[in-house]
Design a binder for this molecule. Structure first.
Ligand SMILES: Cc1cc2nc3c(=O)[nH]c(=O)nc-3n(C[C@H](O)[C@H](O)[C@H](O)COP(=O)(O)O)c2cc1C
Length: 423
């Protein structure tokens, strides 16, 4: 009987179109809501990216990768970047309602998954103005195979919904253009774009000339973006993630100068270099930065996004195209799917993806304690934080009703609908 039910359920998914694959810039231009996982050192690694992509996070970002190390050391490459054919989600997305977006839609060719992705196959090594649209995808699994994800539901929520594959961005930090271009070239076949970190506030980073040190070096930022374009093509997607400056004139200069190098989009964290994350984010400053962009490329807002109300307020008050969450997703990986706290199945999914991909215990433990914090009393937190193996954590959570070991039956799963992620 069970078998029959499975077959009936599977038939619902038979008529799905092939998901459209497009650059993040196009997603931001064309769709009403684009949700982004922020780069998170140590945390936005493959298992966590896969997890949030099960819950309406359309674009995910790697942790900041030090470009120089990455291009120089095989060990750094192994530890800093891992991906999987199936890590990107597949989503029903709603086109923007405005006439402008509708016009853009008609000019964009969405590509199927078998588009050539090797640098030598790219046709985009041509000069073009900053408003030239990108219509190519850059990541295809090396063996050219299809990936196996399905959207959360088999039928489109509205008659306008389009089926779209999510995107993965590698974030890099570099004090110079050459290292960035070298690292970009290595990672390019596996990602949909590169983001230049212009916002890390830590003093070691500042002294290394990376992160926030770039906020007042607009020409260097422009040259770095250009160097990647020189290497990979003028339209190869390179975005920047910035913090606002206490003197907004500097923000204006930074953005306008970066636009000269055809940045693909701009992410704006609405805190200055000296503001701690406990201080509230400034939506007026984000709005100012959005105005500096003058609609030339899409924008993403970041800072203090804890639920969908925050996301809506950000869009309404700043005019950005998409929103990015960091600590909000750590606390609740299903935030963008509308959950107000981590649902049980998200924790179960996390345990399963971590087992399938492999994740060191310290990170596994840390993620679980972030995501279950709001569900635990103080004494439980103390107990849970003292556990020192994955088995202990899973057992403890099983006693509290989490069924990670059970058959994976969550509808928000992928093509094999829960039986196995990687088989
Ligand atoms: C644990 C942690 C790691 C972070 N790592 C990065 C990083 O690698 N690159 C980056 O640009 N920002 C990094 N950030 C900053 C976030 O991406 C984000 O800009 C910041 O947390 C504000 O967003 P939030 O208010 O949603 O947390 C990190 C933040 C946290 C909490």
């Amino acid at each position: 009987m069970q078998h029959r039910d499975d077959e009936d359920a599977a038939a619902l998914w038979d008529d799905l179109p092939v998901p459209e694959v497009m650059p993040v810039r196009t997603m931001l231009d064309e769709f009403e809501t684009v949700n982004v996982l922020a780069p998170l050192v140590r945390c936005s690694k493959l298992p966590f990216r896969h997890l949030v992509s099960l819950y309406e996070t359309h674009v995910t970002t790697t942790p900041m990768i030090l470009a120089e190390e990455f291009s120089r050391s095989q060990q750094a490459r192994i530890s800093d970047f891992t991906t999987s054919r199936n890590e990107r989600g597949v989503f029903w997305m709603e086109p923007r309602k405005t006439g402008a977006a509708a016009a853009m839609t008609s000019g964009v060719a969405s590509l199927s998954l078998d588009t050539a992705a090797h640098p030598e196959d790219r046709e985009d090594n041509i000069e073009a103005g900053p408003s030239r649209r990108v219509d190519k995808t850059y990541y295809v699994p090396p063996d050219g195979g299809q990936h196996d994800r399905l959207p959360p539901r088999p039928t489109p929520p509205t008659k306008h919904s389009r089926l779209v594959r999510g995107a993965l961005i590698a974030q890099m930090a570099s004090p110079n253009a050459a290292s960035l271009a070298d690292a970009a070239e290595l990672v390019a076949p596996y990602v949909d774009g590169l983001d230049l970190n212009c916002g890390c506030p830590q003093s070691w980073a500042y002294h290394e000339g990376i992160g926030c040190a770039l906020l007042r070096k607009p020409e260097l930022v422009r040259d770095m973006v250009r160097a990647v374009h020189d290497r990979l093509g003028w339209n190869w997607p390179v975005s920047i993630k910035i913090r606002v400056d206490s003197d907004l004139k500097n923000t204006d200069t930074l953005i306008r100068t970066a636009l000269q190098a055809n940045v693909s989009h701009v992410t704006i964290h609405g805190r200055t270099r000296h503001q701690a994350s406990t201080e509230p984010v400034s939506l007026p400053d984000i709005k100012f930065a959005v105005e500096c962009v003058r609609g030339e490329v899409p924008t993403v807002a970041n800072g203090d996004l804890w639920d969908l109300t925050d996301a809506k307020r950000m869009v309404d008050e700043t005019g950005v195209n998409g929103t990015m969450a960091a600590r909000g997703l750590l606390a609740n990986p299903a935030l963008f799917a509308g959950y107000t706290e981590t649902p049980h199945h998200a924790a179960e999914n996390f345990i399963n993806v971590s087992n399938d991909y492999g994740l060191i215990f310290s990170l596994f433990h840390r993620h679980l304690s972030y995501m279950l914090e709001s569900r635990m009393y103080k004494a439980e937190k103390t107990y849970f934080n003292a556990l020192n193996s994955s088995a202990q954590c899973v057992e403890y959570l099983a006693d509290r009703g989490l069924d990670a070991a059970g058959r994976r039956k969550i509808p928000m799963w992928d093509a094999r609908r829960g039986y196995s992620l990687l088989a």
